[in-house]
Design a protein around this ligand. Structure first.
Ligand SMILES: [Zn+2]
Length: 77
């Protein structure tokens, strides 16, 4: 019974992380091409229009580990 509760709690945490935009580990989009240096808040960003390779959805922390910066277009305040 305790296990089920822990599992439910984890699931809830995962779901809320996906919806919160500024969560540390929210999902972001990167172009896998060699010239791309940014990560994007949305895959509809025009910064991804030039992407000749695949657009991949990864976590923000993963993107930062890869040395990506925030995109100036979709992270503009
Ligand atoms: Zn962008």
């Amino acid at each position: 019974m305790k296990h089920i509760f822990t599992l439910l709690l984890l699931l809830t945490l995962c779901v809320s992380a996906n919806y919160a935009d500024d969560q540390v580990d929210a999902d972001v989009y990167v172009c896998t091409g060699p010239k791309s240096q940014c990560y994007h808040r949305t895959d509809k960003c025009r910064g991804l229009n030039d992407c000749t390779s695949e657009v991949k959805q990864i976590s923000k922390s993963e993107a930062e580990t890869l040395g990506r910066r925030k995109c100036n277009i979709c992270y503009k305040d």
